[in-house]
Design a protein around this ligand. Structure first.
Ligand SMILES: Nc1ncnc2c1ncn2[C@@H]1O[C@H](COP(=O)(O)OP(=O)(O)OP(=O)(O)O)[C@@H](O)[C@H]1O
Ligand SMILES: [Mg+2]
Length: 214
């Protein structure tokens, strides 16, 4: 179980800070909604360790994540604007999600499987800069899913996808979350993504998380 208890933070210049309290269970998608600027990305940055809280607790199965630097946290994150290396191929970008030292044959198999899962079986050798926005987002999703860490943070992951691709990307996230027992936190202002995926819902209201009944 991932638990945030009055995890607090204020950006420079903000008079009052955020105070986030949340519980998210393995195998479930916990959704967080809120208008633009409400603090959704800030919440994910605190969990991932890119921002240091000023108070409160953040624990996974009772162990505090706060002392751990971002690269050691059991977290994979898909950013709102994907961060692919433009000059590398889609395949190389995805392989970056695998642990260092993964044998080449395994790497190739995993990359091929990941690309097939996001519906792009033919782009492995294509440089990222030549992909469309939606294709890039799917490659970034494939890389994030390959990391296979216990906590998966998704920031508006499907916003550049058309309806058909969006629906298969949602199925993929839901299926892998259940199968691997990931704690998935989905941040979105798209009601239909939340409707389709969320087991539990929160909204950010006045810089706090409010649990919403289903
Ligand atoms: N580094 C920063 N310094 C100062 N203010 C910041 C910083 N980062 C974010 N903010 C402010 O904090 C608030 C919350 O930002 P955040 O990015 O978490 O919102 P969001 O809910 O993710 O919005 P969106 O839906 O547009 O992505 C915004 O008002 C933003 O301007
Ligand atoms: Mg955001």
């Amino acid at each position: 179980m991932l638990r945030l208890d009055h995890l607090t933070y204020a950006h420079p210049g903000q008079a009052s800070g955020y105070s986030f309290t949340l519980e998210a269970a393995p195998g479930e998608v916990t959704a967080v909604s809120g208008p633009s600027g409400s603090g959704k990305s800030t919440l994910l940055d605190l969990i991932a360790g890119f921002l240091a809280p000023t108070g409160g607790t953040l624990t996974l199965d009772g162990t505090s994540l706060i002392p751990q630097p971002p690269e050691h946290r059991p977290v994979s994150i898909l950013f709102q604007s994907d961060a692919l290396f433009e000059h590398l191929t889609a395949g190389r970008n995805i392989a970056l999600g695998l642990p260092p030292g993964t044998p080449k044959a395994t790497r190739q198999d995993r990359v091929t499987a990941a690309l097939a899962e996001v519906g792009l079986p033919d782009v492995a050798r294509q440089r990222a800069e030549t992909l469309s926005g939606g294709e890039k987002q799917r490659v970034a999703l494939a890389r994030t899913l390959l990391r296979d860490r216990p906590i998966l943070l998704l920031d508006e992951p499907f916003s550049a996808l058309d309806d058909a691709t969006r629906s298969s990307a949602r199925d993929l996230v839901r299926g892998l979350t259940t199968q691997h027992g990931w704690i998935t936190i989905l941040v979105s202002h798209y009601a239909d993504d939340i409707e389709a995926l969320a087991t539990k819902r929160y909204a950010i209201v006045d810089r706090q998380l409010v649990h919403e009944a289903q």
